[in-house]
Write a protein that binds this ligand. Structure first.
Ligand code: F6R
Length: 239
C-alpha cells in the first residue's frame, strides 16, 4: 500500500486526477470503478474539465441505495450522471450500476456479480467511511463477500444524512459490491480527507487486517494507492 499525504483536498484530488489521466492515455477503453460521496467530487470536477477523452470507458459503480429509482436525485445513479458521466460523454450503455429499485434483489446481486466477474476493473476509486467501510461493506463483512444487500449501520445513516433533508429519508438498505470484487481491480486508488477520517485511515493502513475495519483488506492488494489530505493523515503523521 502506497500512502501519499497531501497539503489539502485540492492537491489530493489533483494527484488522483493525474493518475487516472495516465491510465486512460495508455488505455482509452479502460474499465473504471467509481465511488459516490463527497470525497471524489473535486476529482470528478477535474476529470470533467480534463482534455483527456473519457468517452470510451466502461464504468462500474460500487453501490446504490435500495428503494430509490435512477431518476431520484438522491440515488447514486443520478449522482454519477450529474456529477460526471453526462459531463464526459458517457452513454447509458457504458454505465453499469446495481439497480436498487427492483423486487428480486437476489437476482440483481447475481446479475451484478456476474458482470463484475466478466469485466475486470483497470482502476477502482474508493472513499472510506468513518467506521472503515469501503463501498457499503460495513464492519464485520466477510472479506470474501460478493455483491450483496446490506443494512446500513446507524453510523453510516448518520454520516449520510447530511445529504438528505431529513435523517428519516436516508434509505436503510443498500446493494453493494463485495470486498472480494473490490479486490479484483488491477489498481485501487483510495481517497480520504478531513479529520473525521483520520482514525479509519490509520486503522486501514497500519492496524491489523481485520473484518472490524473492512478497508484493512486493502493492505493485501498488490497495487493500492491511498491519497489523503493532511487532516485525514494526522494520526499517521503522529505515529
Ligand atoms: C460511496 C461509497 C462509500 C463512501 C464513503 C465515504 O459509493 O462507496 O463507501 O466512499 O461512505 O463517503 P464520503 O466521501 O461522502 O465521506
Amino acid at each position: 500500500m502506497k500512502i501519499i499525504i497531501t497539503e489539502n483536498y485540492d492537491k489530493m484530488s489533483k494527484i488522483a486526477n493525474k493518475i487516472i489521466e495516465q491510465i486512460i492515455s495508455k488505455k482509452p477503453k479502460s474499465t473504471i470503478g467509481f465511488a459516490t460521496g463527497t470525497t471524489p467530487l473535486r476529482l470528478y470536477d477535474l476529470m470533467a474539465k480534463s482534455s483527456v477523452d473519457y468517452s470510451k470507458i466502461t464504468t462500474f459503480n460500487l453501490d446504490e441505495y435500495i428503494g430509490l429509482s435512477k431518476e431520484n436525485e438522491q440515488s447514486y445513479f443520478y449522482f454519477m450522471k450529474s456529477n460526471l458521466f453526462d459531463k464526459i460523454g458517457i452513454k447509458t450503455e457504458q454505465i453499469n450500476f446495481a439497480n436498487g429499485d427492483i423486487k428480486d434483489y437476489k437476482k440483481e446481486c447475481e446479475r451484478y456479480s456476474n458482470l463484475l466477474n466478466n469485466h475486470q476493473r483497470d482502476v477502482q476509486i474508493l472513499g472510506i467511511g468513518s467506521n472503515g467501510h469501503i463501498a457499503f461493506n460495513e464492519p464485520k463483512t466477510p472479506f470474501n463477500s460478493i455483491t450483496h444487500i446490506v443494512k446500513l449501520t446507524k453510523n453510516t445513516i448518520k454520516d449520510n444524512s447530511r445529504l438528505f433533508d431529513n435523517k428519516n429519508d436516508v434509505p436503510k438498505y443498500a446493494i453493494t459490491m463485495g470486498l472480494k470484487e473490490i479486490m479484483q481491480s488491477k489498481k485501487i486508488i483510495l481517497l480520504a480527507n478531513g479529520e473525521n477520517k483520520a482514525k479509519a485511515v490509520f486503522d486501514m493502513s497500519y492496524g491489523p487486517i481485520s473484518i472490524k475495519v473492512p478497508a484493512s483488506i486493502l493492505q493485501l492488494h498488490p497495487d493500492c494507492t491511498v491519497i489523503i489530505d493532511k487532516n485525514a493523515g494526522s494520526l499517521i503523521k503522529k505515529a
